[in-house]
Design a protein around this ligand. Structure first.
Ligand code: MLT
Length: 301
């Protein structure tokens, strides 16, 4: 049996549903390993017994990775395990950005009388949209999520251009016939109708999209952020929206500055919030930690 401490927050499913017996996991306050979802571990006083941490998710920004590494604690994530869930939400958001589905559905609820259908038919013009087919999508970051978004957008008839300096051979293979590679980020920002960000938060990706990149965008272009809030300089995005330099911003990260703003869709970090993704991530995290404790342990001094 492996001694584990499980931290969980936000997720509706996943770690709670993990069959701990199957992974030989025993809950303990003197753990060898930590399994966690979205809880922040920055203030957690890691007991000396901890050797590894596995996060059920892609991002590791809720873990003090540098301090853990310095102490000899190995940090794992679950790459790809929730990619399909995030991809589906990105595609839904692209569609929502061109078809006022939410607004139309909200409006129809305000109608009353015996002629609701006639009223709807007579006024529906205000909710007319446009189509994604034939429009150009820029995908920044071609990891598991970015590559899946690129492939599905292509299948929807979009022209797809991608940028990532570190594309893996596997990814290159799955996207090569569908995605044109941009020479640099500037090409994405100057030429695309929609730009979607799929990069991890690191020192060199913080504010990857700031005033300069936003200024390059077409005034009709829309930006989508399902990576991390800090990848985009929110103040600069708001200024670009206010000055009509860009046409829309969809973000999966709540920030009070964005609330109530026209042409902004703010979601409460729903990217990976599906039952399937929660379970995939929980299983991968538990499997990884078990393997590490079984075969890869480095004793901490
Ligand atoms: C991730 O890091 O895997 C995603 O942002 C999803 C999440 O944490 O809920």
């Amino acid at each position: 049996m492996y001694q584990i401490k499980t931290f969980n927050a936000i997720a509706p499913e996943g770690l709670q549903r993990l069959n701990k017996e199957k992974y030989a996991i025993n809950e303990s306050d003197e753990p060898e390993g930590i399994l966690l979802r979205s809880q922040k571990l920055h203030d957690y006083p890691f007991p000396k017994s901890v050797l590894g941490i596995a996060r059920a998710g892609a991002g590791t920004n809720n873990i003090p990775v540098k301090e853990c590494t310095e102490q000899g604690i190995v940090v794992f994530n679950t790459p790809g395990a929730n990619a399909n869930a995030v991809k589906e939400l990105v595609i839904a958001s692209l569609l929502l950005s061109v078809r006022p589905i939410l607004q139309g559905a909200q409006w129809v609820q305000t109608l009353n009388g015996s002629d609701v259908e006639e009223q709807a038919e007579a006024n529906k013009k205000q909710f007319a949209g446009t189509e994604l087919e034939g429009k150009k999508l820029g995908v920044v970051g071609l990891g598991s999520i970015g590559a899946m978004v690129a492939n599905d957008a292509y299948r929807l008839g979009m022209e797809v251009v991608g940028y990532d300096p570190y594309v893996s051979v596997d990814t290159a293979w799955t996207i090569s016939r569908r995605v044109k590679r941009a020479n640099d980020l500037a090409e994405i920002f100057t030429t695309c109708d929609f730009i979607t960000l799929h990069v991890p938060l690191m020192e060199n990706t913080r504010h990857l999209v700031g005033k300069n990149e936003l200024a390059k965008m077409k005034p009709t272009a829309k930006l989508f952020n399902f990576s991390r809030s800090e990848i985009v300089d929110t103040a600069a995005a708001l200024a670009a929206l206010d000055n009509n330099e860009i046409a829309g911003y969809t973000t999966d990260f709540a920030d009070e500055r964005l609330l109530g703003h026209d042409n902004v869709l703010v979601l409460p970090h729903l990217g990976a919030s599906t039952e399937e993704a929660e379970i995939n991530c929980a299983k991968m995290a538990a499997r990884t930690l078990k393997k590490f404790l079984e075969f890869g342990t480095i004793k901490r001094s």
